[in-house]
Design a protein. Structure first.
Length: 520
């Protein structure tokens, strides 16, 4: 019998600690699956919602099934820990490899594997906590009443989830990556099994067989951890179809540079192409110079997004520029494009220019906090397309009202605005959104071979006037060619569209529908 007045025993403390580890591991597997799905399938809100929903439902099923386990609780808990460690730890690596190996048009079979894996791990995780509670109750019956038992176990369970929820984006993914994070926490699950075997060895039948099972699982997970970098390299080269020259996981995204000096370099963020060095000049010249040249002599310029420094490179072609403020959410992007020779050669070391100030912050929040007496002659908005709600807010009436507040009376803002050919209604939704806040909208488009027809919108209080001069040395834009950018043929002509408001984010749904047709 356990003395109720005595302090907790070592076994008791370790059991409660195992609850902490179990909760941490379970949440990591859930977050890793959601992050991997958003990387490979897009629309992070949808992927995280469906993954979390499947995972929680499976946990409920596992908790229900735990009622049918009546004998050898410690041995059953040990086996479940090994299975969770193996299935959860290997899941990110297995999904990544499967996505790289499946033939084209493979989203459907990949989704089947994704949700089967999530459901399997969720069911096993759902078995863990009820078994721990019952082991505690049997081993320490004198100490714990039901309410005390539930309170203790759930406290450690929630604390484990809290620690991992903070560490996952800030420490684990940036430093270990998704594959190694999964394997590391799989090893932690296996460690709990090893501890349970040692602590309760007298209650575990066939201890020798269980010892071999623990050793095998640890060996598999440890070997996977050691080979994770090679697996990632192989999968990414299969996925991108070319040599991966640079890869990095930040708190916000997976950054990959692929290609070669001969074929050109491509930048991918979360698997989405951002530019090809062979034709990026077409995009960035079209983005920057119609606004800059029309202003005439811009001094203060704000660039939102565009952490690769390409837009800044074009801005600095104008000799009147005295100050450029670049607001980029991800510090990994600006660091890579300041430090990597491969990348600084593309942006002409623009991020080293003394006129450039880099701010790593959320553009929406940064603009909200900016003093009302701060104005810019030109604002270049170079965000990724509105493929999820986090990005959709940057294409809303609320955001464009913030832009208007900090745009000089004679200033221009320019917004990259997806393809008016493929995503026609999305493009004209952005135009309608700009107009809804009282700004004049001047839409135009340019052909970029890597993307096809691409659209832009100029926003201003005064009418946009055709520039009379452009900076020397441009490779794409010319004064005679500018009028053609404003001509929209019938298949890209304006269609009715409602403004995108923060409360509804209709643009995200429209964008998903239009681009989804292309990828089906």
């Amino acid at each position: 019998m356990v003395d109720e007045r005595a302090g907790p025993s070592a076994a008791e403390v370790l059991l409660l600690a195992s609850v902490f580890v179990v909760a941490a591991c379970g949440l990591v597997y859930e977050l890793a699956a959601g992050a991997l799905a958003s990387y490979l399938l897009g629309d992070s809100v949808l992927q995280f919602s469906t993954v979390i929903g499947t995972y929680l439902a499976a946990m409920g099923a596992g908790s229900y099934l735990s009622r049918f386990i009546d004998r050898q609780l410690v041995a059953q808990f040990l086996r479940i820990e090994l299975l969770v460690g193996l299935a959860g730890g290997l899941m990110p690596a297995a999904l990544f490899a499967a996505h790289a190996s499946l033939p084209g048009g493979h989203d459907a079979p990949f989704r089947v594997l994704l949700y089967a894996g999530v459901a399997t791990v969720g069911t096993l995780v759902g078995l863990e906590i009820p078994l721990v509670m019952r082991i505690l109750k049997r081993q320490f019956a004198a100490r714990y009443g039901l309410k005390d038992l539930v309170a203790q176990v759930l406290t450690f369970d929630y604390l484990g989830a809290l620690v991992v929820a903070v560490a996952f984006p800030l420490l684990l993914v940036p430093h270990l990556g998704l594959i190694r994070t999964g394997l590391f926490f799989g090893l932690l699950n296996a460690g709990v099994a090893v501890w349970a075997l040692w602590m309760f060895r007298a209650q575990v039948p066939r201890a020798g067989a269980h010892t071999l099972a623990c050793a095998a699982v640890v060996a598999v997970l440890g070997g996977g951890f050691a080979a994770a970098e090679s697996l990632t390299a192989w999968a990414e080269e299969r996925f991108y179809g070319e040599s991966v020259l640079l890869r990095e996981s930040s708190a916000y995204q997976r950054v990959v540079v692929a290609g070669s000096a001969e074929s050109g370099l491509r930048l991918y963020l979360n698997g989405n192409l951002q530019f090809h060095s062979r034709d990026e000049y077409r995009y960035h010249e079209a983005l920057v110079h119609p606004a800059m040249a029309a202003h005439g002599a811009p001094k203060k310029v704000l660039v939102l997004g565009g952490g690769d420094g390409m837009a800044v490179r074009e801005v600095l072609r104008h000799p009147s520029v005295q100050q450029v403020t670049l607001v980029e959410l991800d510090p990994a992007m600006t660091r890579l494009f300041r430090e990597q020779p491969l990348l600084t050669a593309l942006n002409d070391r623009s991020l080293h220019d003394p006129r450039v100030r880099i701010v790593n912050a959320d553009a929406y929040g940064w603009l909200e906090q900016l003093g009302d007496d701060t104005f810019f002659d030109v604002v270049v908005v170079d965000f990724p397309d509105p493929s999820n709600f986090a990005l959709g807010k940057l294409y809303s009436t609320s955001f464009y009202a913030l832009l208007d507040r900090h745009l000089a009376a004679s200033g221009y803002a320019v917004i990259q605005t997806t393809s008016p050919l493929i995503a026609r209604r999305s493009f004209w939704t952005v135009v309608a959104t700009v107009e809804a806040v009282g700004l004049r909208a001047t839409p135009y488009h340019a052909h970029v071979p890597s993307f096809g027809e691409w659209g832009f919108v100029l926003a201003s209080r005064r009418p946009w006037a055709m520039p009379t001069a452009l900076p020397p040395g441009l490779r794409f834009l010319s004064l005679p060619g500018l009028p053609a950018l404003l001509d929209f043929p019938p298949d890209m002509a304006r269609v009715p569209a409602e403004p995108n408001r923060l409360s509804t984010q209709s643009l995200v749904h429209t964008f998903e529908q239009e681009w989804g047709r292309v990828h089906r």
